[in-house]
Write a protein that binds this ligand. Structure first.
Ligand code: FAD
Ligand code: SIN
Length: 534
């Protein structure tokens, strides 16, 4: 018998943001669910979401328009059938979220639709003004806790994907409350571990968002996709602190303007959509203005919104700014870009199935290719809702594990866990300096060299700490991301190479990265799916 405690479930979900909670709630009618999360239940990017959920629910809107905006922002790298599902199944998924208890702001008996960059319509529903994520997390955490079929394991960090003959059969996790490894065994496992903003020195993402699930999937043999695409939000508050506080794009949707150090509203000079240009364009314009002025920030002027409207619509932002001594709206606030969202992730189909049977990835850690090279604002909460439902249906249809497989796992000892110490801080600087919103072959090669150097500080442990596990995962991903970014010799969406300006039609392909037989990463490509299904 193994010395490792073994817990048997029908389904495992790793992560408790919108993607994990929503998928777990949908699975609960079909069997026992283990919901693992490495910190407290409500930690994750979801709780920080401000702007809202993009969804074609208004009478003036149409999923076809939402699809068009999504594809436009995605810069030719969205898979069209996946983006169609997002736009067309979005309204029903959001109605279902509302049935689960999430409450959104109303105006004159209708949803109060906000606007964000690169949206042709006002279509962003929001909660308590700018606290959308906290409301969703509240409602879904309550829904998960109510279901007897969901067992919640907090402070339980996934460390390895358990496989038998190339099939995922569960998770080896480290239970930090008890200080021991545990095997969770199930016929279907969903990774919902979020993105990887914390690989960067400057990020809007909370500390738990370290790319763990993506690294685990790669080590186990699953394919990753488009991992060179990281979205930088142009307007994080340029004030000390980690993570950086976000100044929502919805502020610009309501009239706020970016100003340079001469007080000039500069966005119109950079893009015809001005302050509401796609996020990657605004981030680069802000960086250019910062460079020209030799200053670490530009300004965001909130005066055009008006004091009353600002206080009503953006209470969290107003409180944070005033708490830090910025007298909004009278005084403009300093803002600068921050790593915000990961377009890449574990390669999945439209049912969130990865390349490894039994393993699913949902939410920001998966890559269904709805966002392409640059995510349209507020499309990611919607993605988790639309595809979380599909993920649960596909997981429910997975084949049960055989008695022989269960017996095989019961005989196994827990595997030692990759750990890294003493370099996470340096790594985050390396990523920020070399793999940011503007890269070049030279900076990417520099990143690779640093990563190779730091690899000597990765070892294995049977008694890891959470930070050591995160550092090893982050270093693995940093190396893979630099390789993928080097292989994409063009500038597309959020991936901007100074020596390869503009898109290359030849590179209109997804980058696939998987572990080769020799243990080294292999890079391959897959054409973008352009055929319409609707
Ligand atoms: P997360 O919510 O990040 O959850 C990940 C979960 O995985 C966490 O519970 C974490 O603890 C857990 N986890 C991680 N690793 C492990 C491990 N090894 N073992 C166990 N558990 C693990 N999107 C929009 O659409 N609209 C917005 O208005 C919006 N605003 C945003 C504002 C901010 C400041 C930020 C940071 C993001 C915003 N986004 C927004 C993006 C959006 O919030 C995220 O993409 C989305 O919430 C991701 O949800 P998720 O469930 O995939 O991951
Ligand atoms: C914001 O409110 O600016 C964030 C929206 C998003 O990331 O989708």
């Amino acid at each position: 018998m193994s010395k490792c405690e073994q817990l048997q479930y029908d389904f495992i979900v790793v992560g408790s943001g919108i993607a994990g909670l929503w998928t777990a709630v949908h699975l609960a009618d079909g069997g026992k669910v283990a919901l693992l999360t490495k910190d407290d239940l409500q930690q994750g990017s979801t709780a920080y979401a401000q702007g809202g959920i993009a969804v074609a629910l208004s009478d003036e809107d149409d999923p076809e328009l939402h699809l068009r905006d999504t594809l436009e922002a995605g810069a030719g790298l969205c898979d069209v059938p996946a983006a169609e599902i997002l736009a067309f199944e979005g309204p029903e998924a959001v109605r279902e979220l509302i049935e689960h208890g999430a409450q959104f702001d109303m105006e004159n008996g209708e949803y109060a639709f906000g606007r964000e960059a690169a949206h042709s319509q006002r279509r962003i529903i929001h909660a308590q003004g700018d606290a959308t994520g906290a409301e969703i997390e509240r409602a879904l955490a309550a829904a998960a806790r109510e279901r007897n079929n969901i067992d919640i394991f907090e402070k339980t960090q996934a460390a390895h994907i358990l496989t038998v003959d190339g099939h995922c059969v569960g998770i080896q996790a480290h239970d930090f409350a008890a200080g021991k490894p545990v095997f969770f065994v199930a016929k279907a496992t969903a990774l919902a571990t979020g993105g990887l903003g914390c690989l960067y020195r400057v990020t809007t993402n909370p500390p738990v968002v370290t790319g763990d699930g993506i690294a685990l999937a790669y080590r186990a043999g699953a394919t990753l996709k488009d991992i060179e695409f990281v979205q930088f939000h142009p307007t994080a508050l340029a004030a000390p602190g980690f993570p950086k506080f976000l100044m929502s794009e919805a502020l610009r949707g309501d009239g706020a303007q970016l100003l340079n150090h001469d007080g000039e509203p500069f966005m119109q000079r950079h893009h015809k959509m001005g302050n509401l240009a796609p996020r990657d364009e605004v981030a680069r314009a802000v960086m250019q203005e910062m460079k020209a002025a030799h200053q670490p920030f530009v300004y965001l002027d909130l005066q055009p919104i008006g004091k009353r409207r600002l206080e009503k619509r953006f209470p969290t932002i107003v409180a944070e700014c005033r708490g830090r001594g910025f007298a909004v709206p009278d005084q403009p606030v300093p803002v600068s870009p921050a790593a915000h969202y990961f377009m890449g992730g574990v390669d999945t189909d439209i049912d969130c199935m990865s390349s490894m049977p039994g393993l699913f990835a949902v939410g920001e850690c998966g890559c269904i290719s709805v966002h392409g090279a640059n995510r349209l604002a507020s499309n990611s909460l919607l993605e988790a809702l639309v595809f979380g439902r599909r993920c649960a249906v596909a997981m429910a249809n997975a084949e049960a594990l055989s008695a022989a497989t269960i017996a095989e796992i019961a005989r196994r000892e827990p595997q030692a866990v990759p750990v890294g110490s003493g370099f996470y801080h340096d790594l985050r600087d390396i990523m920020w300096d070399n793999m940011g919103a503007v890269r070049s072959g030279a900076t990417l090669r520099n990143a690779l060299q640093h990563v190779a150097h730091l690899s000597a500080r990765v070892s294995e442990s049977e008694e890891p700490t959470p930070d050591e596990m995160e550092a090893a995962n982050a270093l693995l991903l940093a190396g893979l991301m630099a390789k993928a970014a080097l292989s994409r010799r063009e500038s597309r969406g959020a991936h901007y190479r100074v020596e390869h300006q503009g898109v290359s039609e030849q590179m209109r392909q997804h980058t696939l990265v998987r572990i080769g037989d020799n243990g080294e990463p292999e890079i391959d490509y897959r054409p973008v799916e352009l055929q319409r299904h609707r």
